[in-house]
Design a protein. Structure first.
Length: 250
């Protein structure tokens, strides 16, 4: 009897905690349906998200968004992939990358062909530094549509390959992006990796191309292109390549 009372109290506490959090309303349904197992799953989920029960928060809590609570209420009755995508977008806008990734992942469970959900899942993994997982998602997007999001998906794949330490693959991917774009950033990373691979002469040619194209950069793109053109120029001036990715002083 005592154990039964403890389990009931545990479920009530989990439901109250879900309601206080307001962004975890789907878990209320899980606790009601699965009892103490649902409550335990909720606690494990919160721990994996980095929460520490019983500790006073060191920072002010993030203001809750009623739109998230609304979507989670809708999803409890209708777990449609499109609703999970909208929920993921809201979490991403708030910088809650773990919750965003969870929502996009739930969308893919029932609609695995959604490039939007898979692309944004990859970006949310990237934002968390989960580069191996990001590579797997973004590779699928690139394979399905190399031009997805105006080739931003292709460049994001190159970025996570580099962050994952897969330099050879990253070099090839940046070269592919640079070959289809006049932007300085992918071309700089291509040249930087060519230099890292030991071909300084080829790297210098790539960096010189970046500098030579400076005059053709439209004014509205100049603020984004100039930092990468400056880096290419510094490479040609003999700066050590390992210093070129450090933030530049104004």
């Amino acid at each position: 009897m005592f154990v039964y009372a403890v389990l009931i109290a545990f479920q009530i506490w989990a439901i109250v905690d879900c309601l206080r959090q307001r962004t975890r309303l789907l878990w209320v349904m899980a606790v009601l349906l699965f009892g103490p197992f649902g409550a335990l799953a909720y606690v494990v989920s919160e721990l994996l998200r980095g929460r520490r029960f019983g500790q006073a928060p060191s920072e002010a809590p993030v203001e809750s968004d009623p739109r998230i609570a609304e979507f989670e209420g809708l999803l409890a009755a209708n777990p449609a992939p499109a609703l999970f995508i909208e929920l993921g977008d809201l979490h991403a806008q708030r910088g809650d990358h773990r919750s965003a990734a969870e929502a996009y992942g739930r969308s893919l469970e029932t609609d695995p062909d959604s490039l939007y959900a898979r692309y944004h899942l990859g970006l949310e993994f990237k934002a968390q530094g989960r580069n191996t997982e990001a590579v797997e998602e973004l590779k699928q997007v690139f394979a399905a549509d190399p031009k997805y999001d105006y080739r931003a998906a292709a460049e994001a794949l190159a970025d996570v390959l580099l962050a994952a330490g897969r330099d050879r693959e990253a070099l090839d991917q940046y070269a592919s992006v640079a070959g289809a774009s006049s932007r300085a950033r992918p071309k700089f990373y291509w040249g930087w990796l060519v230099d890292k691979a030991g071909d300084a002469a080829a790297a210098a040619r790539i960096m010189q191309e970046i500098v030579d194209e400076e005059e053709s950069v439209p004014d509205y793109l100049r603020s984004g292109e100039s930092p990468w053109i400056d880096r290419a120029r510094r490479y040609l001036d003999g700066w050590p390549s390992e210093t070129l990715l450090a933030p530049q002083s104004k």
